[in-house]
Design a protein. Structure first.
Length: 462
């Protein structure tokens, strides 16, 4: 397996080089040169594998043998040894035809742990093996930052800086990042929103000289390895349903802001997993819903919502999907992305829009619908959804096609008690979250400009 850029100007590179490059040096996103297709017979052989065993099988199609099997196995088992459920990502039945894929059993109680604990192990492995300096730079709307920091804090040869929008993440999300006292961790609280943070990150990675000189590495979902790790739980969920007597294709409802988690589902489907419809759940920042329904991708006015981790308008993984829906044509991708930079929108129609609507359904969960979904499911089933998972469930209900749907539960409700309290529901915090409130904090508040960020990075990365 080799990797190429969606914009066509990165030569075919190997797995570790793709992992370290993160964002393509031509400004595009890295994708596999060919998506491997898993034969039906192989899928049957995988049905009884553990989550860790399944991850090793799926990664074997992409790693080119660059990492010895024993080393990769050690990293995979180390990554999930601290998860609170032995199945790592268990499936729970919510009601007839609707299941929840619980992705919040990792150390920071969010789905980002699935990929970022492994990526932390991989970065540590590469740093030790090659004697490299690795400076991880990332932006977060809340969960990525805590998971990434948890994955690499205190590890030799690695420094990590995370940008988050000042006072636009939940209190628990902020505490999970800012109470870490390791010297290899820097938190920058940026005046602006997540899109501002993400834009600065992509600009710095696109400056190849700055990226190389400062040994930058990506932890956001611009890094393909993060997407690949997330495909595993789609396969694993499907196999768990088979054990419960479910047969045939399965729909997945995915709360998403940056298009990474749902793109992982799209990749799993392209690899041969029997996926029906991928349901894209957004909130008031519903640029992706409009694209699916109308073929127009155009940022509007940013809104802060009950589901802050989805408060994103410019989705960094959207370009990967464009590459495939445009027939793997990098020239067409470059044309659209340059047009987007110039005109502020992307428009598709005709056969392309029909293909988009064949791949996805979409529903924007606006205002009280999110809170009402939390209340209703708590009353009817006893299950407490966090606001992001509630968006996924609401979208699954709205787009119900009569089959079986798995909705992704992306975070523990304790991370978003602000929304839970608005539902007049009291919850008990898990002990690791409860103790955060008494710990000292470390963060620097900065202006939302590239110059201000670069100044702080210069001091930290030297």
């Amino acid at each position: 397996m080799r990797f190429i850029s969606t914009r066509g100007n990165v030569g075919q590179i190997g797995f570790i080089d793709a992992f370290l490059m993160g964002l393509g040096n031509d400004g595009g996103l890295l994708v596999p040169a060919q998506i491997p297709v898993i034969e039906e017979a192989t899928l049957k052989q995988w049905q009884n594998l553990t989550f860790q065993e399944l991850m090793l099988e799926i990664f074997s199609y992409y790693t080119n043998g660059e990492i010895p099997e024993a080393d990769l196995k050690q990293m995979v088992y180390a990554s999930y040894g601290r998860f609170r459920d032995e199945e790592v990502t268990p499936v729970r039945k919510l009601k007839d035809g609707l299941f929840l894929l619980e992705l919040f059993h990792g150390p920071t109680f969010a789905f980002k742990d699935i990929a970022l604990q492994l990526m932390g192990e991989l970065y540590s492995y590469v740093a030790k093996k090659d004697g490299r300096k690795i400076h991880i730079l990332g932006a977060t709307s809340g969960d990525t930052g805590a998971s990434a920091i948890e994955g690499v804090k205190g590890k030799e040869g690695i420094k990590i800086c995370i940008l988050h929008p000042h006072q636009k993440v939940s209190k628990v999300q902020e505490l999970q990042m800012t109470t870490v006292q390791e010297d290899n961790v820097l938190n920058l609280s940026v005046h602006g929103n997540f899109d501002d943070c993400q834009r600065i990150i992509k600009e710095l990675f696109a400056d190849v000289n700055y990226k190389t000189t400062n040994h930058l590495a990506a932890i956001n979902s611009i890094n393909f390895v993060r997407i690949l790790a997330q495909t595993v739980y789609y396969f694993y969920a499907y196999f768990q349903l088979q054990k419960q007597g479910v047969s045939g294709k399965v729909d997945f409802s995915v709360p998403t802001g940056n298009f990474g988690d749902i793109f992982a589902g799209y990749l799993a489907k392209r690899m041969g997993l029997p996926v029906g419809k991928l349901i894209l759940a957004t909130n008031e920042n519903n640029i992706l819903e409009r694209f699916v329904k109308e073929g127009i991708y155009k940022p509007g006015n940013f809104q802060s919502t009950y589901s802050p981790s989805m408060d994103i308008q410019v989705a960094s993984n959207f370009e990967r999907y464009l590459y495939y829906v445009l027939g793997e044509n990098p020239e067409a991708v470059v044309s659209l992305m340059e047009g987007f930079k110039r005109e502020g929108q992307i428009v598709v129609n005709g056969d392309t829009l029909r293909q988009v609507q064949e791949d996805f359904a979409a529903h924007g969960v606006v205002g009280e619908e999110c809170l009402n979904t939390i209340r209703r499911y708590k009353e009817e089933t006893g299950y407490l959804l966090d606001p992001h998972s509630a968006c996924g469930v609401a979208a699954a209900d709205q787009c119900e096609a009569g089959g079986v749907c798995v909705s992704l539960a992306t975070a523990h409700p304790a991370k978003f008690d602000e929304a839970i309290r608005l539902c007049s529901i009291e919850q008990t915090f898990p002990e690791p979250i409860a103790r955060l409130f008494d710990q000292p904090r470390r963060q620097i508040v900065v202006d939302g400009t590239q110059e201000a960020i670069v100044q702080e990075l210069g001091r930290f990365f030297r």
